[in-house]
Ligand binder design. Structure first.
Ligand SMILES: *[C@@H]1O[C@H](CO)[C@@H](O)[C@H](O)[C@H]1NC(C)=O
Ligand SMILES: *[C@@H]1O[C@H](CO)[C@@H](O)[C@H](O)[C@H]1NC(C)=O
Ligand SMILES: *[C@@H]1O[C@H](CO)[C@@H](O)[C@H](O)[C@H]1NC(C)=O
Ligand SMILES: *[C@@H]1O[C@H](CO)[C@@H](O)[C@H](O)[C@H]1NC(C)=O
Ligand SMILES: *[C@@H]1O[C@H](CO)[C@@H](O)[C@H](O)[C@H]1NC(C)=O
Ligand SMILES: *[C@@H]1O[C@H](CO)[C@@H](O)[C@H](O)[C@H]1NC(C)=O
Ligand SMILES: *[C@@H]1O[C@H](CO)[C@@H](O)[C@H](O)[C@H]1NC(C)=O
Ligand SMILES: *[C@@H]1O[C@H](CO)[C@@H](O)[C@H](O)[C@H]1NC(C)=O
Ligand SMILES: *[C@@H]1O[C@H](CO)[C@@H](O)[C@H](O)[C@H]1NC(C)=O
Ligand SMILES: *[C@@H]1O[C@H](CO)[C@@H](O)[C@H](O)[C@H]1NC(C)=O
Ligand SMILES: *[C@@H]1O[C@H](CO)[C@@H](O)[C@H](O)[C@H]1NC(C)=O
Ligand SMILES: *[C@@H]1O[C@H](CO)[C@@H](O)[C@H](O)[C@H]1NC(C)=O
Length: 442
C-alpha cells in the first residue's frame, strides 16, 4: 500500500467530507488511488476518480452519499473510500447495476446493528433465508484496498438464541456479477455468512482477512467464510478465516471452483453442501479443486454433506431432504489438520439424527469421482479413536471415492475411519471400520 504525506491526507480527509469528486482535478485524484491488485489488472484502466463522502458521525447514514459517488463513477471510474474515514451504513445499498468500476476501500465501512430496521429492509436472497446489507452485481467490478468492512455481528449473535428464525444479513453479497475480483481488505463480525457468491461467474477472491469471534457465550452462529451458489468459475485464495461455521461451502450449482492457500481457524471445514435440501430441486456441484489448506480448531476438514431422501429437521430453521442431483469431480489435495473432530467426512444423512432412516431412504443425490489426497495431521478427542466418517446411504449412491497419502491420527495415534457403502479398495489403505460414532451435526 502507498503512504501519503500528512498534508495530502488532511486534504483528502476534507475533500471526502465536503466536496464531490467530480469537480476536482483528475490528475490529482488519480494519485490517491490504491494500486490495482493482481486480479484487477486485466480489466481496463479506470479513467475517472470519485471520493465517497462520509459525514464522520456514526448517527448519520452515509448510504445515499455513497450511492451518489458510485453512480457518479460507474461505467469506467474508480471510487475511493478514504483512508481513516468511517462510513456508517444504516440503509441498504442496491449495487446490482455496476459496470466497469473499481471500489477502493481504504477506510472502514460499518453496518449498523439496528436489527428491527434491517430485518425489514435488507435484500432477500431467498436461499436458506439469507438476506444482505447490499447486493453487488453487474460486470467488471473490482473491490480492493487495505480497509475494513465491519458487520457489527455481536448484536445479531446475541439476538439469535431468542429468535432462531430471524433473518440475518450476509456481510458481503455478490449477486449477479460477471467478471470481477474482491481482495485485500478485512471482513469483521459478520451477522451471518461473510460472503455469498450467487448467480455469478468469473470472480476471484484473494488476500482477504475474515474474522468473526464472539466476545461472550453467544456463539458466532452461521458465520461461513464463503457460500457459493449457482455460480461458475470462481477462485478463492490466499486468505485467512476465523469463524464459527464452514470456511468455504459449495452450495447448489457451484461449478469450476478453485480454492487454495487458505488458513481456516475454528471453522466447520471446507464443505460441499449441504445439498438435496429441497425435494423439488436438482443440485449439481462439479469440478471443484481445493488445495493447500491449513485447518485448525475445526469440526471438519474435507467434507461432503447431503440430505437423505427423507424429510429431516436439523434445527428449527433448517429442514428438508429428498432433493436430487450430483456431486462430481471434487478433489481435496493438500490439507494440514490440527485439532479437528473429523479430517474426512462424507454423509448422505445430513439433517437426520437416525442413520437407519437414511439407509432405508437412500439419498437421491449421487456422489462420484471424489479424491482426498495429501491430507495429514491431528484430530482431537471428539470422535477418538475415529478420525473420519465416509458413509454413503446405499452402495449405489457413491462411486469413485479415492484416498491417497492420507494420514490423520488422533492424539493417541489411532487412525480408524468409518467406511460404509463404498469401495474400500480405492481408499489407499485408510484404516476402515464399520464402527460409527456418528457425524457432526454442525
Ligand atoms: C472511460 O472508460 C469507459 C469504460 O471503460 C469507456 O467507455 C470510456 O470511453 C472512457 N472514457 C474516456 C474519456 O477515456
Ligand atoms: C436494484 O436495482 C435494480 C435496477 O438498478 C432493480 O432492477 C432491482 O429491482 C433493485 N433491487 C431491489 C431489491 O430493490
Ligand atoms: C432502528 O430502526 C427503527 C426503524 O426501523 C427506528 O424506529 C429506531 O429508532 C432505530 N433504532 C435505533 C437505535 O436507531
Ligand atoms: C497467492 O499466493 C501464492 C502463494 O503464496 C502466490 O504465488 C500468488 O501470487 C498469490 N496470488 C495473488 C493473486 O496474490
Ligand atoms: C441447477 O442446475 C440445474 C441444471 O441446469 C437446474 O435444473 C436447477 O434448477 C439448478 N438449481 C438451482 C438451485 O438453480
Ligand atoms: C500454501 O499456503 C500458504 C498459506 O496458507 C502459503 O504461504 C504457501 O506459499 C502456499 N504454498 C504453495 C505451494 O502455494
Ligand atoms: C483462532 O481462533 C481463536 C478463537 O476465535 C482466536 O482466539 C485466535 O486468535 C485465532 N488464531 C488466529 C491465528 O487467527
Ligand atoms: C475436474 O475438475 C478440475 C478442476 O476444476 C478440472 O480441471 C478438470 O478438467 C475436471 N475433470 C473432468 C473430467 O471434468
Ligand atoms: C487453535 O489452534 C492453535 C494451533 O493448533 C492453538 O494454538 C490454539 O490454542 C487454538 N485455539 C483454540 C481457540 O482452540
Ligand atoms: C425461513 O424462514 C421461514 C419464516 O421465518 C421459516 O418458516 C423457514 O423455516 C425458514 N427456512 C429455512 C430453510 O431456514
Ligand atoms: C445415481 O446412481 C444410480 C445408481 O447408479 C442411478 O440409477 C441414478 O440414475 C443416478 N442418479 C443421478 C442423478 O445421477
Ligand atoms: C488400524 O486401527 C487399529 C485399531 O486402532 C490398529 O490396531 C491398527 O494397527 C491400525 N492399522 C493400521 C494399518 O494403521
Amino acid at each position: 500500500m502507498r503512504s501519503f504525506e500528512q498534508p495530502l491526507l488532511a486534504a483528502l480527509f476534507l475533500l471526502a467530507h465536503a466536496v464531490q469528486g467530480a469537480s476536482l482535478d483528475e490528475n490529482f485524484l488519480s494519485t490517491l488511488r490504491s494500486p490495482r491488485p493482481f486480479h484487477a489488472r486485466a480489466a481496463p484502466q479506470r479513467n475517472r476518480t470519485c471520493i465517497a463522502p462520509s459525514h464522520g458521525d456514526s448517527s448519520v447514514d452515509d448510504a445515499s452519499s455513497i450511492l451518489l459517488a458510485i453512480q457518479d463513477c460507474n461505467n469506467g471510474g474508480h471510487v475511493i473510500f478514504a483512508e481513516k474515514l468511517t462510513y456508517t451504513i444504516a440503509s441498504p445499498l442496491n449495487l446490482t447495476s455496476l459496470n466497469a468500476v473499481d471500489l477502493d476501500i481504504q477506510g472502514k465501512l460499518s453496518f449498523t446493528d439496528n436489527i428491527t430496521y434491517w430485518e425489514k429492509n435488507s435484500f432477500d436472497l431467498i436461499y436458506q433465508n439469507a438476506t444482505s446489507f447490499f447486493a453487488l452485481g453487474g460486470k467488471d467490478v473490482h473491490v480492493y484496498g487495505a480497509g475494513e468492512i465491519q458487520g457489527n455481528g455481536q448484536a445479531w449473535w446475541d439476538a439469535y438464541p431468542g429468535n432462531k428464525k430471524m433473518k440475518r444479513p450476509v456481510l458481503f453479497a455478490v449477486v449477479g456479477l460477471e467478471g470481477g475480483s474482491v481482495s485485500q481488505f478485512k471482513l469483521r463480525n459478520a451477522p451471518f455468512w461473510h460472503n455469498i457468491v450467487m448467480d455469478s461467474k468469473n470472480i476471484a477472491y484473494s488476500g482477504l482477512d475474515l474474522f468473526s469471534s464472539s466476545n461472550n457465550g453467544n456463539f458466532e452462529k452461521n458465520t461461513d467464510g464463503w457460500d457459493i451458489y449457482r455460480s461458475d468459475n470462481i477462485v478463492i485464495e490466499n486468505s485467512t478465516i476465523t469463524n464459527g461455521d464452514d470456511c468455504v461451502s459449495f452450495k447448489p450449482n457451484s461449478t469450476n471452483i478453485l480454492v487454495q492457500n487458505l488458513y481456516c481457524n475454528g471453522t466447520h471445514g471446507i464443505s460441499v453442501g449441504s445439498l438435496g435440501q429441497y425435494s423439488e430441486r436438482v443440485d449439481y456441484v462439479e469440478n471443484i479443486l481445493v488445495r493447500n489448506i491449513t485447518m485448525e480448531n475445526s469440526s471438519e476438514g474435507a467434507r461432503i454433506k447431503v440430505w437423505p431422501d427423507a424429510y429431516s429437521e436439523k434445527s428449527e430453521s433448517l429442514t428438508g431432504g429428498g432433493g436430487r442431483g450430483l456431486v462430481r469431480n471434487v478433489t481435496y489435495d493438500g490439507m494440514r489438520l490440527s485439532n479437528v473432530d473429523y479430517g474426512l467426512t462424507i454423509t448422505q444423512c445430513y439433517g437426520q439424527d437416525d442413520e437407519e432412516e437414511c439407509f432405508k431412504h437412500p439419498s437421491k443425490l449421487n456422489i462420484t469421482d471424489v479424491t482426498f489426497r495429501n491430507i495429514r495431521g491431528r484430530s482431537n478427542r471428539v470422535f477418538s479413536p475415529i478420525v473420519g466418517h465416509l458413509v454413503c446411504s446405499s452402495p449405489h449412491t457413491c462411486s469413485g471415492i479415492l484416498a491417497e497419502n492420507v494420514d490423520i491420527r488422533t492424539i493417541n495415534g489411532s487412525n480408524l475411519v468409518t467406511c460404509r457403502n463404498l469401495d474400500t479398495r480405492t481408499l489407499g489403505g485408510l484404516n476402515c471400520t464399520e464402527w460409527s460414532k456418528g457425524y457432526n451435526t454442525a
